[in-house]
Design a protein around this ligand. Structure first.
Ligand code: COA
Length: 194
């Protein structure tokens, strides 16, 4: 997809543009998920089965409304040098599996990339850009990352972003997939920018 067609608002980093996920991106992003299903399936709660374009579109309708209401930020990650989408990054307080900290619910940060684009720092760069935007625009200064205990790459992204490891605990029921075991452990990281 050519960059001039993707949308007016975006957050820009050195190598990436982050566009709010919206229905017109459904086919592109759904294609990335299907291509990378084998690497997403072990870790992502949304990747229990291969989604249809309609399912992706339904999800994007919801998250785009949340974006317009400034209630959540699900962004499609666009690689400038190749003029194409390569994954997603998000931050959403209603997704947070962490208890409020001193009365504040952190914005929970999530990310995934097409399998051909990992290992080049794109996830860290995208998450850093989104966190900076939310901190400046929304005056939010508390963020969390929750990843499955064995997800080394995701833990590494949290550490690259200066998140502090706080605990390993049971993944809350709302975040658990029906095909996962009864007990699933997740590592919780916090970034407090206060
Ligand atoms: C997690 C994910 C987004 C990371 O993307 P990425 O662009 O490769 O991340 P970065 O390049 O910013 O950083 C990854 C770091 O993890 C390291 N890493 C990656 N896989 C690793 C592994 N299996 N073991 C150890 N370290 C690993 C990389 O070397 C890199 O470390 P560095 O920054 O010290 O060089 C990507 O692997 C992915 O899409 N995974 C599937 C979906 C997923 O797990 N999402 C997170 C859910 S919580």
């Amino acid at each position: 997809m050519a960059s001039e067609n993707v949308g007016a608002f975006y957050i820009e980093t050195d190598r990436l543009k982050l566009f709010p996920a919206q229905p017109k991106f459904s086919k592109d992003i759904n294609g990335l998920v299907l291509d990378s299903f084998d690497t997403l399936h072990p870790w992502m709660s949304f990747a229990q089965h291969r989604p249809t374009v309609d399912e992706t579109e339904g999800f994007f309708k919801m998250v785009y409304e949340n974006f317009l209401d400034k209630k959540g930020f699900h962004m499609a990650v666009f690689l400038k040098s190749e003029n194409k989408f390569i994954g997603m990054v998000s931050a959403d307080e209603r997704n947070c599996p962490v208890e409020p900290i001193e009365g504040t619910i952190p914005y929970d940060v999530g990310y995934w990339l097409h399998k051909c684009y990992t290992g080049r720092g794109y996830a860290s760069e995208a998450a850093r850009g989104l966190i900076k935007y939310i901190q400046e625009e929304m005056k939010v200064d508390l963020f969390s990352i929750c990843c499955l205990e064995k997800n080394v790459a995701s833990s590494k992204v949290a550490e690259n972003l200066n998140f502090r490891y706080i605990s390993t605990s049971d993944l809350p029921l709302a975040h658990k997939r029906s095909d996962w075991p009864v007990r699933v452990l997740c590592k919780v990281y916090i970034l407090d920018l206060k």
